[in-house]
Design a protein around this ligand. Structure first.
Ligand code: ADP
Ligand code: MG
Length: 697
């Protein structure tokens, strides 16, 4: 934003080398940086309430003149600042940190103190209030600091020690707007601005610093948020346009294999599965490479949709590859797929890091000669010497676990092959439109029939015994159970140790009469596989596991997911874990055990409550977005999710949708933005390299 105002700060009145350095220390290097250094709060001095009339015990801002400052000695030395206005007096008290106060304030300064007012010994006081100097005696531009809504800016201790206060920033900004305000030109075409109901840019920047009313601030911030979102959507739109030029292999399946497979299934495809298969099928027959995301909640049956797409490739005489993030998952996919399509006479192979050399050679030969139709594996598929005769389709499961390059590399092993990425991490629409904004999206929004929602409750650890009783009753009915342990970093114990110890405790104690299995990340691949296989075959009743179990594991007979220290898990992780049960015809349960030792934080409770209230992954993700904000949401950080300064995707959902529509309409009309030179310039000035949306070669 404001890329035409990138001149050094020095060019502004009132800024010399020293101040320039100081401002640089908080990331303000140019005039545009300064203009975009927004107030963190405002004090409304236009309708000020006098000290004597302010309410007690709630957050208030006191504005008054400093009449006295003193350090009171004693065991608890303290610094007291007394402030007065026309109606009365109050004092702010700080214990410790006097050095900082010395010299930072002067009697006669007009200050704002923020905090809770209380009455102590008949006197009004605040402890450790926030303090900002609004004006000093003799300030010429009094009108900047009084009688209006006054902006407060964050200042660091270093800035304060050099007498760069909120007040000086206010003056600098006023001078800056006075000098370069005219040069703020709005890059947004008028018609878009009007349709979207956003303020003019110059007005927004001026008003965000010096508003006449609080509504001005809202309008200004809305405009800045809009820009941030709009530029990303323009960028994504351009990428999508570019991608539409990527040639794609025209696949011409006659549907024979798919029909055979569907006929052999013991169930019907869900409506959503049928729709998804059709959507993907259409893409595969076009001469443009498919880049599609299949998004579906846990248990919605994505594997089958992917398999039907792979069969379309095989039907045409090409091959297909499926990459999964863990060995457990790759093995499971290979087993599922083998069971389903070996009757059709297809050769399905599994390739992981621990495939033995001889087997590996055989697989590679089969791939090259074309006898292997479907290759399933981990990131081992990306290795250089894995070469296909003719790869038509690449499927990536749990795509957020892979980097952009890995996906692209695998796709490049085919000539113009298609790409289908899958995710079971539901994310809110505003995030999806941003993170996956350049992909086509298919939503698998229906669970197979007969699935009851997983009954979920959270209990304190004191009730664990009851939970075990329940777990036993399920096992007695022939069902199976997971018990999952998180990382236990604080206590110095490893996740592994916690799971291992519990496994031993349980198998010699409480659950000694049941068949227990242990699964954790440090076990060797074949040990893991052996345990998983035993669990799958029903030879293990209770699987004690670390979070290696989290992704994708599918054992329909398992009906209880018990999570220990559930308060330490994030929402999407809990949702993933819960997704391991409720995958068959039996009623299923998720028991979240919260540790009483831990002082349960408000956020942890919110998470656990959300889990108990809904099983809908999208609802969960909305809650998650509200609690944590977009930058923290699972997966988004690895994907290089952009940091927003002004926008808030949890709040600005409608803005995202609107900005996307406008960006696409504009690009359809003017793909190179030739008619909007300023917009083009802004877009080019942004370092898009940091934004790694789901993009594939
Ligand atoms: P996810 O979307 O979480 O990857 P899976 O593909 O693992 O889900 O499918 C979950 C379970 O549902 C599997 O056991 C699968 O066989 C079963 N399934 C898939 N589609 C259907 C359907 N249409 N009807 C009944 N069960 C289905
Ligand atoms: Mg899956």
């Amino acid at each position: 934003m404001l890329s035409n105002l990138n001149q050094p700060l020095r060019t502004l009145p009132g800024i010399g080398l020293k101040r320039e350095k100081l401002l640089e220390s908080v990331g303000i290097a140019t005039v545009s940086d300064l203009l975009l250094y927004l107030p963190y709060r405002y004090v409304d001095r236009s309708t000020e309430v006098g000290i004597a009339h302010l309410p007690l015990d709630q957050e208030v801002t006191v504005v008054g003149e400093i009449v006295a400052m003193e350090t009171i000695p004693g065991k608890r030395r303290r610094f007291v600042m007394t402030v007065e206005d026309d109606t009365g007096k109050m004092s702010g008290t700080w214990f410790g940190g006097y050095q900082y106060f010395r010299g930072a304030y002067e009697a006669g300064d007009l200050v704002a103190l923020g905090g809770k007012l209380s009455r102590f010994g008949g006197k009004l006081q605040m402890t450790h209030p926030e303090v900002e100097v609004l004006a000093s005696e003799g300030d010429e531009e009094q009108r900047l600091h009084t009688g209006r809504i006054i902006p407060l800016y964050h200042t660091t201790a270093k800035m304060k020690s050099e007498r760069m206060t909120a007040r000086s920033l206010r003056r600098l900004l006023f001078a800056a707007l006075d000098t370069v305000g005219e040069e703020i030109v709005d890059p947004l075409p008028d018609d878009i601005r009007e349709r979207c109901g956003v303020a003019n840019l110059r007005e927004a920047i001026e008003k965000v610093h010096f508003p006449d009313a609080f509504a001005d601030v809202d309008a200004a911030r809305h405009r800045l948020a809009f820009d941030e979102i709009f530029y990303i959507q323009l960028y994504l739109g351009q990428m999508q346009k570019k991608r539409e030029k990527t040639p794609g292999r025209v696949l011409t399946p006659n549907g024979k294999l798919a029909k055979q497979l569907v006929a052999s299934l013991p169930f019907e495809l869900t409506g959503a599965q049928k729709r998804s298969v059709e959507e993907i099928g259409n893409d595969l027959t076009r001469s443009v490479a498919m880049h599609r995301l299949l998004q579906g909640d846990v248990g919605s049956g994505k594997t089958l949709v992917a398999l039907l797409a792979m069969l379309a490739s095989v039907d045409t005489g090409c091959q297909a590859a499926l990459m999964a993030p863990t060995e457990i998952l790759a093995e499971q996919h290979a087993n599922t797929i083998r069971n389903l399509v070996e009757p059709l006479g297809l050769d399905v192979r599994l390739l992981t890091g621990r495939t033995r050399a001889a087997a590996r050679r055989e697989i590679l030969t089969g791939l090259l000669s074309g006898t292997v139709s479907i290759l399933v594996g981990t990131h081992a598929l990306v290795q250089e010497n894995v070469l296909f005769a003719d790869l038509g389709l690449v499927v990536v499961d749990e795509q957020h676990r892979f980097g952009v390059e890995q996906r692209a590399t695998l796709r490049e092993k085919g000539a113009d092959s298609h790409l289908l990425v899958m995710t079971a991490t539901p994310i809110p629409r505003s995030l999806a439109l941003t993170l996956y904004g350049d992909l086509d999206v298919t939503l698998l929004d229906e669970l197979p029939p007969g699935r009851e929602p997983v009954k979920t409750g959270w209990r304190l650890a004191a009730d664990r015994a009851k939970a075990f009783q329940f777990l036993r009753s399920e096992v007695a009915q022939g069902r199976q159970v997971y018990i999952v342990y998180p990382l236990v970093e604080e206590s110095g114990k490893s996740e592994l140790k916690a799971a291992t110890e519990t496994f031993e405790d349980l198998s010699t104690g409480l659950l000694s009469d049941l068949r227990l299995g242990l699964l954790h990340g440090r076990m060797k691949g074949d040990e893991k596989e052996a345990v998983m296989d035993a669990f799958r075959r029903g030879e293990v009743d209770v699987l004690v596991a670390t979070t290696v179990i989290e992704v994708g594991v599918d054992v329909p007979n398992a009906t209880v997911m018990m999570v220990e220290h559930a308060e330490r898990f994030g929402l999407s992780q809990l949702h993933q874990l819960r997704g391991r049960v409720g995958r068959g015809q039996h009623a299923s349960y998720c028991i979240l055990i919260a540790d009483p030792q831990e002082h349960l934080s408000g956020e942890a409770k919110e998470r656990l409550d959300a889990m108990a209230q809904t099983t809908d992954g999208f609802e969960i993700s909305e809650v998650d977005l509200k609690i944590r904000g977009p930058g923290q949401i699972f997966g988004t950080r690895q994907a290089g999710f952009p940091e927003f300064r002004f926008a808030d995707l949890a709040r600005d959902v409608d803005v995202v949708v609107l900005a996307r529509e406008e960006a696409q309409a504009l690009l359809n009309q003017d793909p190179t933005l030739a008619s909007c030179a300023l917009l083009r310039q802004e877009l080019d000035a942004i370092a898009w390299g940091d934004l790694q949306v789901v993009e594939a070669g």
